[in-house]
Design a protein around this ligand. Structure first.
Ligand code: ADP
Ligand code: MG
Length: 510
């Protein structure tokens, strides 16, 4: 037995459990690969204050089920030393340890895609990156040594490359290409909706090209990085923070390593926990960490600062929906920031109705987390739960119990937060925190009010038109009847008919 015990590296773990990362079938693997690369490009551009432009090419290679995915951006590029670890090591990234709103957060996306590609085709991931026009472009071919979870560089060289700056990632993988639901096309369409400041060019395997052009040339406000709020902390993390802190006393640790802890509340926490304010953080035993956590939770603190969230904002949500979907009516709202488990978040919602949207038994639902479309598993998670539990019938929209409402309706829900609580690593559904669900329900209610007004007005217009048509039909008969009773000439009869028609027209115009 003892001989069989061996450490498992994260890469080995995720090779076996690739479904956890979104590589459970070939169609989805293709989508996930594109998504990971595009999400990274958008994050990198926005971090560097660059309006993103992204080129996505998916090309069939030799066999029917083999594809070459190439994603290039005009972003800041990647410094040479970082390239191998970013693309050849799982759980390596710049975003996990900071609390800042971004698309990626675990440092597992792009390297996992490269690993899947290598696993299914034997081909390495290929990267070209340049950080400035004056710098050379670097070309890398990398695979992951899964036993060690370390990069193995197959080739590295300086190359001629036309773009002045940016990164290109190329992965060959086994996949299936289909349009429609859960496709690369749908992902790009939805990304364009929630990111009206982004331009994307897409070349599909069937040779079709599609451009998604930006309708806003303003970058979203840069979300601020924040320190964790004490009320959101769990015991394990607290212990780790105590071990790793640079602060020398418990009091300064509380003040410096968290947000919203004043000198007064730090003292209050120490006192409540029965711990000495000058205690060395590294010396605090697990039992005392538990006491500390309890004291933290029982101390009133201000809510975390909210400038760490950059919502899309209603005008741009509407512009994004208008750009991709032709409807008769659009509305959108952004809720005020609030917190779950000490972490700030904002819910936004948008509705579009009628026009080219099809009359379906289920509305079209678009879910987003930090501007990233969540395509898979739409039946799970807090967004579906909130929509199903909202009372749509009271707003004149059909809905069978526990499901999405019906009609030519598009529902968009966006959660923005420095830490989105996904239900799994493949980031497809948001966990059901009651606080989050409540915000979504309120956001939808706010959106359905103007929709109801629109639908009522529409109903009134239909009704009125019907009545007008009816009267219009009878006006000539009235003319004839009056002629008979009052002995008009034919000319007078026509005159009366004309006058009545004018009155009717006027009433419609009014
Ligand atoms: N196109 C790119 N341009 C610049 N930096 C990138 C790009 N792609 C990835 N990176 C860097 O590589 C890191 C790891 O990416 P990834 O494995 O997708 O994890 P995550 O996005 O969750 O951090 C990112 O945090 C980012 O710093
Ligand atoms: Mg990523």
């Amino acid at each position: 037995m003892a001989l069989q015990q061996r450490e498992i590296s994260v890469s080995e773990f995720f090779t076996k459990n690739r479904h956890l990362l979104g590589f459970d079938n070939p169609k989805r693997a293709l989508l996930t690969t594109v998504k990971e690369a595009v999400d990274n490009s958008l994050d990198a551009c926005e971090d560097a204050g660059i309006l993103p432009e992204v080129w996505v090419e998916v090309e069939q290679t030799s066999a029917e089920d083999r594809f070459q995915v190439r994603v290039r951006d005009n972003g800041p590029g990647i410094v040479q030393e970082q390239i191998p670890r970013i693309f050849g090591k799982l759980l390596y990234g710049s975003k996990f340890h900071r609390l800042k709103m971004s698309r990626g957060q675990q440092g597992i996306g792009i390297s996992a895609a490269g690993m899947y590609g290598h696993l299914t085709t034997g081909q390495p991931i290929t990267i070209i990156s340049r950080t400035a026009p004056a710098e050379p472009a670097h070309f890398y071919q990398i695979v992951i040594d899964t036993k060690q979870n370390e990069p193995k560089i197959l080739r590295v060289q300086e190359v001629e490359w036309q773009p002045e700056q940016g990164t290109q990632v190329q992965i060959e993988l086994e996949g299936i290409y289909q349009r429609g639901k859960w496709s690369v096309d749908e992902y790009l369409e939805q990304t364009a909706t929630a990111n009206p400041h982004v331009t994307m060019h897409y070349a599909a395997p069937d040779g079709k090209k599609r451009d998604f052009r930006r309708v806003s040339s303003e970058l979203p406000a840069e979300p601020k990085e924040i320190k964790p709020h004490p009320h959101g902390i769990e015991l394990g993390i607290l212990i780790k923070m105590l071990q790793e802190t640079r602060s020398r006393t418990l009091k300064t640790f509380l003040q410096n390593d968290f947000c919203r802890v004043s000198s007064r509340s730090a003292l209050q926490i120490c006192e409540l926990a029965g711990l000495y304010e000058n205690a060395r953080p590294k010396r605090i035993a697990t039992k005392n960490a538990q006491k500390l956590l309890k004291a933290i939770r029982n101390t009133k603190l201000r809510n975390p600062p909210m400038d760490c969230i950059a919502p899309i904002e209603p005008e741009l949500i509407k512009a994004g929906m208008r750009k991709e979907f032709k409807a008769d009516f659009y509305t959108a709202i952004t809720r005020k920031p609030t917190v779950y488990r000490g972490i700030p978040f904002v819910i936004e919602a948008g509705l579009a109705y009628g026009g080219a949207l099809k009359q379906e038994t289920c509305a079209k639902l678009m879910r987003f987390a930090n501007r990233v479309p969540l395509l898979y598993n739409s039946g799970a998670g807090v967004i579906k739960q909130a929509i199903a539990s909202a009372n749509w019938k009271q707003y004149g929209i059909e809905q069978s119990n526990g499901s999405l409402p019906a009609g030519p309706l598009l529902i968009l829900v966006h959660m923005a937060s420095p830490w989105v609580p996904f239900t799994s690593e493949s980031k497809e559904a948001i966990a059901c925190y009651p606080k989050i669900e409540k915000e979504i329900v309120l956001a939808l209610q706010e959106c359905t009010r103007p929709l109801r007004r629109f639908l009522r007005q529409k109903q009134r217009n239909i009704e009125e038109r019907r009545k007008h048509k009816y009267i219009e039909k009878y006006i000539p008969h009235i003319g004839v009847a009056l002629q008979e009773i009052l002995q008009f000439s034919d000319g007078e009869r026509e005159h009366v008919i004309e006058n009545l028609s004018v009155v009717l027209q006027k009433s419609r115009a009014g």
